[in-house]
Design a protein around this ligand. Structure first.
Ligand SMILES: *[C@@H]1O[C@H](CO)[C@@H](O)[C@H](O)[C@H]1NC(C)=O
Ligand SMILES: *[C@@H]1O[C@H](CO)[C@@H](O)[C@H](O)[C@H]1NC(C)=O
Length: 167
């Protein structure tokens, strides 16, 4: 007959093995999920477009974001961090990225949304490069799982342009 200690230890080892197995299955099943998120952003207005006293350009805009990120959620998803960035090219940098808005989605039900917002963070260019500038609006997301690796992806929306003149 085995001692109590031995049995408790065996049970513990068994439980840990099962747990490790379940974690592996959880993160593996996540890799099988191929999400099909959609997003659309419409710039409704440029509220302010100015050169600041320090010479940097600043834009304030209102936009509508509609997105369906529900397919990012699996039973292993803890939360999804999403942010909208304006991305554009200048002679100095091939990629300038300015975060305009962000959101933490905790529930799958909240991952299908339609919101109207002005930029939550200031859209400032280090210089005066924004007049007539073409830019992309990119919706980035980071999926934080309960177990396993975090993953990130994005949807790039093109075809946006800033006005030629300050207003
Ligand atoms: C905008 O997106 C298009 C298509 O993905 C890409 O070719 C272009 O380089 C992007 N522009 C910037 C400034 O990131
Ligand atoms: C923008 O979103 C708001 C609220 O979600 C909606 O009422 C409005 O019709 C939308 N505007 C456009 C132009 O799609």
């Amino acid at each position: 007959m085995h001692s109590f200690g031995y049995r408790a230890n065996a049970l513990f080892t068994f439980a840990v093995t099962i747990l490790a197995f379940m974690c592996a299955i959880a993160s593996f099943s996540d890799t099988l999920n191929s999400p099909t998120p959609t997003a659309h952003v419409q710039v409704l207005s440029i509220n302010r477009f100015q050169k600041r006293p320090d010479g940097d350009d600043e834009v304030s805009m209102t936009f509508n974001i509609s997105a369906n990120l529900r397919s990012l959620f699996t039973w292993n998803t803890k939360q999804v961090f999403v942010f909208l960035a304006a991305e554009y090219e200048t002679s100095k940098n091939s990629l300038n990225q300015v975060s305009l808005w962000d959101y933490i989605i905790l529930e799958k039900e909240d991952a299908y949304f339609r919101i109207r917002s002005t930029n939550k963070y200031r859209f400032i260019d280090q210089g005066s490069n924004l007049r007539g500038k073409d830019f992309n609006l990119t919706l980035h997301w980071h999926v934080m799982p309960k177990t396993g690796k975090m993953f990130a992806d994005k949807i790039v929306m093109t075809g946006y342009r800033l006005p030629e003149v300050y207003r």
